[in-house]
Design a binder for this molecule. Structure first.
Ligand code: NAD
Length: 289
């Protein structure tokens, strides 16, 4: 049966490792600052935003949360982003997705200055990721890679199969696995006979957004399975894209939901913000705060 790879535990290690750098930056007058913007009152988004703000405060970072009503005009949101772009106390700007339908997501992502784009969604960061240059990495994909590395899992030379091709998870996680020298296959909703491909994976990353899509028939015995999905069942409990109890019978390593990729995502956001603050200090833009 599989060994569980705990994101909670690894995220805690990374969180602690960030403290000395946060202290150093704060002493130098650049306390790392994260602004999170939430438009509307989606309950899941509220939970995520609160977690992000709480983690900032626990780490001694500066945190600002903007809660805007669902009917906020796009121009008003862009105005706020413009102010945050120019605010020296803020090193990271995160606009919680999804946005209400009348706001164009692309306009919002494009408006965030690439150096403050701690979600790693701006085209400049996405392009640099594809090229293999330094950039702010998207948090969930970066969290997946960090988890594998810290879990002692060798990536180089392995066949990694990714289920899902979204801009938020599937595509960037595939690029990062490639950067780590895996042989990468990307699958999606139009891939015929998905199981025949996922069964070839040494490392299987599942980000399909479909509750318990992957059972043991999709998994090669001994494979490493990373479950990115998160869903709330009708009874209130959480599950992933992987049928965990079933896959645990055959996989070598498996990440739990909750307590897997979720906590890694949040800590990578903190890491990105600290990194952005470090670059601001190095480039001479000290904070005023
Ligand atoms: P998405 O809906 O944007 O993309 C899903 C992808 O999966 C698509 O590319 C689609 O082609 C593919 N897909 C759908 N059904 C499939 C099927 N039956 N077979 C093969 N491929 C299929 O979702 P997303 O934003 O990439 O998120 C995926 C999941 O990860 C969701 O459950 C989301 O809630 C979760 N998520 C978790 C975190 C975290 O921090 N833990 C972060 C982001 C997303």
């Amino acid at each position: 049966t599989a060994t569980w790879l705990s994101g909670t535990k690894i995220a805690k290690e990374i969180r602690e490792s960030l403290r000395p750098e946060i202290e150093r930056l704060t002493k130098a007058g650049v306390q790392p600052g994260l602004a999170v913007v939430l438009v509307g009152d989606d309950p899941a988004s509220q939970v995520y935003v609160n977690k992000k703000a709480k983690t900032c405060l626990e780490l001694g970072m500066h945190s600002e949360v903007y809660r805007l009503p669902a009917e906020t005009e796009e121009a008003e949101l862009l105005g706020l982003i413009d102010r945050l772009n120019r605010d020296d106390r803020i090193h990271g700007i995160l606009v919680q997705l999804p946005l209400p339908k009348h706001i164009k997501e692309k306009n919002v992502i494009d408006a965030i200055h690439p150096s403050k784009d701690v979600d790693g969604f701006h085209p400049v960061n996405v392009g640099n990721l594809a090229i293999g240059d330094d950039c702010l990495l998207p948090c969930t994909p970066a969290g997946v890679i960090e988890m594998l590395k810290r879990g002692g899992i060798e990536i180089a030379g392995k066949h990694a199969v990714v289920v899902g091709r979204s801009n938020i998870v599937g595509k960037p996680v595939a690029l990062l696995l490639l950067r780590e020298h895996a042989t990468v296959t990307i699958t999606h909703s139009r891939t015929p006979d998905l199981a025949s491909i996922t069964r070839q994976a040494d490392i299987l990353v599942v980000a399909a957004g479909k509750p318990e899509l992957i059972d043991r028939t999709y998994v090669k015995p001994g494979a490493v399975v990373v479950d990115v999905g998160i869903h709330r069942r009708e009874d209130g409990t959480l599950c992933g894209d992987v049928k965990a109890d079933d896959v645990a019978e055959t996989a070598g390593v498996l990440t739990p939901v909750p307590g897997g990729v979720g906590p890694m995502t949040i800590v990578m956001l903190m890491k990105n913000t600290v990194e952005a603050a470090g670059r601001a200090l190095a480039s001479g833009k000290a904070g005023r705060g």
